[in-house]
Every structure is written in structure tokens, then in C-alpha cells.
Ligand binder design. Sequence first.
Ligand code: GLA
Length: 364
Amino acid sequence: MADRIFRAPGRVNLIGEHTDYNEGLVLPAALDLFCEVRASRRTDALLNASALNLNSSAFWKTLSIPSARPRGDWSDYVAGTAQQLERRGIKVSALNLAIRSDVPLGAGLSSSAALEVAVGMALVSYSGRTLGGAELAKACQQAEAEFVGLQCGIMDQFVAVFGRRGHALLLDCRTLEHRLVPLPAEVELVMVNSGVRHELASTAYNERRRECEAAVRILGRSLRDVSIAEWPDAESALPEPLRRRARHVVYENQRVLDFVAACERRDLTALGRLMRDSHHSLARDYEVSCFELDFLVETAAAIDGVVGCRLTGGGFGGCTVNLVRPGSVESFRRKISAAYCRRFGHEPAVYVCSSADGAREIAA
Ligand code: GLA
């Protein structure tokens, strides 16, 4: 039988950082960087996965997937997703999965969500069952939280399923209501990779999550339910550093709404200001930036044609997202690369991307 190919995109988050696991709002866009899974049936009872970029493969007996344990490498995303699907009554078939990805690893562009969703879609499809997009996203998120151990929110997996070309996705992470927001035609998405991959990122990420939970316990309500008008009262109840963590989340939710309104009225100045405020809040209050990311943001802000810039994703390294006027993309790339190289001794990878559609099966 012919191979079948499933692919899912990486993503960039335009604004709404560390709000997803606080029942808040996010505005990511799927990117035209993809994880592609070529699937074919096997006649034995094994699920075999090969990561072609890494020259590495792994297999599991399909019957043992419900009790599979993490191995501490890329294959955990595959096994974790398979296990979550089994828990939802979806039997994993004996398959070869040949995986190739051009989503850069560890760059904060959600290579892991792209892998989970592409694998998940392949497994569901071969099982002969169907699963709604939101359920698929949830299964993939739980794979990451429970099997891999990063207590992430739903943003990355959700946009990997529901993203649309030409659009960002406004997602309410409490209700999973979502709507597409057209991206302003006056800007391109340019990501600059600091190349920093902090070993402690997942530990610090989980710690931030616990700090927010502690703030919620003290306030007796979700940070989503604290408005900016109520903040002065709320903040007096919180000790540091919980006060700063919560402040970031409360204001960031409002920035998402303001950003969407600014997109709709094509107010590029407001977009730039909101991105700057988001970055500063992430750096000072949430403390998830690093020296290299701050350098990239400060440098980009002074380059002609840059409408806005901030760190994107979980932080502690990875990429900045820059909204750049189309005529300035090449000079931006040159200038930011040269400045980074002067400061840190190596050129950063720069990705000029289009927004893309969410996960789907493509012609083999
Ligand atoms: C990572 C997580 C997401 C989200 C972001 C921060 O990308 O996977 O769920 O929490 O960090 O906004």
C-alpha cells in the first residue's frame, strides 16, 4: 500500500506569552516550517519511528504502548502521543513513521508540538477512527506534560492544528474558543534565533507555572479573571515574586486584545508598542528572557523597517519574533546578523516565514 504523508507546522507566538496555562489569551500563527511524517503499514506488531534529521530510530511493540516509559530523547514525543491516543480508545497500528522536520529544534518555534501533531494525525488516521482537532491538540499537549515532563499549555498544539495561512489565531485557552485574525499585509514575520538553549528551561518553565498556581491560591481566582482595574487590590495580597509573575499575566491578556484590535485597524505603531511592553514584562516581571534575547530586541528596535519585536515562546533562549516591512527584510537580516556576530562571535539563524495552514495529510 502507498505511503501516506502527514505534516504539521511550527508556530510563532505574536503575543500572549505564559498566558495559556493561566486560562488566558494567546495569538500565535502557524509557520511554513513543517514536521513531515511519512507513514506506511508494517506486517509485524511494531511501531517504528525514524528521525531522519537526527539519524536515529526507535520502536515499540504496539501492545506495550499503554505502559511505555520515557527514554529521555526525541522518541518520547512519539510514544507519549501514541499513549495518549490509546487512552482515548484509539488503537495504535503497526507502522513505520519516517520523520523529517525543518522546524529548528530548541528554537522556541514548537518543533515538539509539530512532531506530536503530525504523528498524532498519522496514528489516528491509520486507526480508522476520527478525533476532533481540539481533542487531538489536547492529547498532544498531555503527551508533552505527562510523558515528556514539560507542563506546557495548549497553545502550540492548538495552532499546529488550527492555524491558517494569512492569519494569526486568537485562542481563549479556557474555553478553546478561537478565531482567525488576518495578519497585516504591511509586515513579514522574521524570527531570529539566539542559538541559546538553556538546559534549565523546562525546570524554570514548570517553576513559573507553580508560581502562578500559588498566586491563584492566594487570590482565590484564576489570573484570567483579574482585570487591570482590579489589579491594584489584587497585587497588595501577593508577596514577591508572585506579584510580578501575576502582573505579567494580567497585563499580557489585555495586550492580546489590544494587539488584535490594532491588527484590525492596521495600527502598526500600536503593534510595536504592545510587543515592546510584552518583552519588557517577560524580561523584568516574568524573568524568562536572557542577555542574548534582550540584545536582539534592543538592536532590532533601532533598525529601519522594524515595526515590532519581542522574544517568542517559553523564553530562556530561542527566538525573537520581528514584524518587518517587506522592503526592509534583507537589510534587517544583514544588520541584525552583523550586530549579533560582533557581540557574540557567531551569526544567528534568521527565518523569514509565511504563515501557514495547520496539520493535514498531503499528497505522497
Ligand atoms: C511554550 C509552551 C506553551 C506556552 C509558551 C509560553 O511554548 O509550550 O504552552 O506556555 O511556552 O507562552
